[in-house]
Every structure is written in structure tokens, then in C-alpha cells.
Design a protein around this ligand. Sequence first.
Ligand code: SF4
Ligand code: SF4
Length: 192
Amino acid sequence: MPKNFEKVINGLKIDPIIFTFKFDCECTGECCHYGVYTDSFEAERILNNKDKILANFDSTQCTDASKWFEKPEEDKEFESGIAIGTEVINGKCTFLDNKGLCTLQKMANDESEYKWKYKPLYCILFPLIIDEGVLTIDTGHIKRLKTCNPIFDTKKTIFESCTEELLHLLGKRGYSQLKKYSEEYLVNKKNN
Ligand code: SF4
Ligand code: SF4
């Protein structure tokens, strides 16, 4: 991953590929079939809500909370320095239900809370990712998905498809800076 991206917003380098890469997903929940890496504090927050989560599980989901996560690993990409993967059980993330919905998001919605209150950051961001301090696209994961991003003739870019995700990550001020940068970048690209 090249690291010489010129624009930095909220301490993140911006890979301008997000302004041109086409993405428009009709959600099937397929991106959740492989699990996700959480920060250790996110896994802890999930486990602190174990009883509520269990009350929302269906018969395809594992009721033994000790099997929900993989072993912790050191990983400097994560704020705490420790990453913990969610387990894949019955061919899907342990928190994905049989309708393709994330139990953590469903729970927040049912409680009329902010929809991403319980969700790990990397779940929220996908198809975006933070890689070595660069906000970019998780092209590796997109490539292995069959039903995610199937609208091949879409004119929408990831930047346009992921407004909510970018607002969550950068806040209103950071998002405005990103929007301004996207406009400048696209004008420069057209003129060169
Ligand atoms: S990327 Fe995943 S969560 Fe997002 S719309 Fe596609 S399948 Fe659904
Ligand atoms: S925690 Fe939820 S959003 Fe994240 S991978 Fe699992 S089911 Fe998908």
C-alpha cells in the first residue's frame, strides 16, 4: 500500500480511489459471511450485552458466548493494539441471523438507539477500510463476494454510496473536507 497520499483528514490519509471506484450494493449480508476483526474494546462491549444478544438470536446462531470470538491478536491497526475476530459459525459471522441481518444492528434498531451503537467499526465501514492509516477500499473482500456490489453498470462511486459511513467515521466537518477534496480531485483528473 503506497503511503504518499497528499490529503489527510482527522489524521487519516485519503486514497482518492474512493472518488472513482463504482459500488452500489443491494444488501444480502454476504459481506458478513467471513466474520470481521473487532478492536478488543468492541468485543468487550458486545460481550457486556450478551443477554440482550442471546434474546435476539435465532436457531442458526451459537448460544455459547465463549465461542463468539477468535483468540486476540496483536495488531497496531487497532486503537487498543489488540484485534479479535468474530467466529464464522454455520457459514456466517456468529452475529448474522438467518435473514442476513446483523443481530447487533437489529438490536440497536429495536431499542430505537443509533443503529451502529453496538457494531464494530470495520463492519460499519465496509466496503471502506482503514489500512495502515489510509482510508481506502477493501478490494480484496469485494472481489470474493458474489452478490455484494452486483450492479455492474452503476454510476455510483463508493464515496457516493457510503455517505453515512463516511459521516460516522469523519464527522460533519471531516466529511465536508472530504467532499471538497473529492470535487478538487475530480476537476484535476478531468483537466489532466
Ligand atoms: S456491503 Fe454488505 S452490508 Fe453493505 S450493502 Fe453490501 S452486503 Fe449489505
Ligand atoms: S458483527 Fe454484524 S455486521 Fe459485523 S460481520 Fe458480524 S454480522 Fe456482519
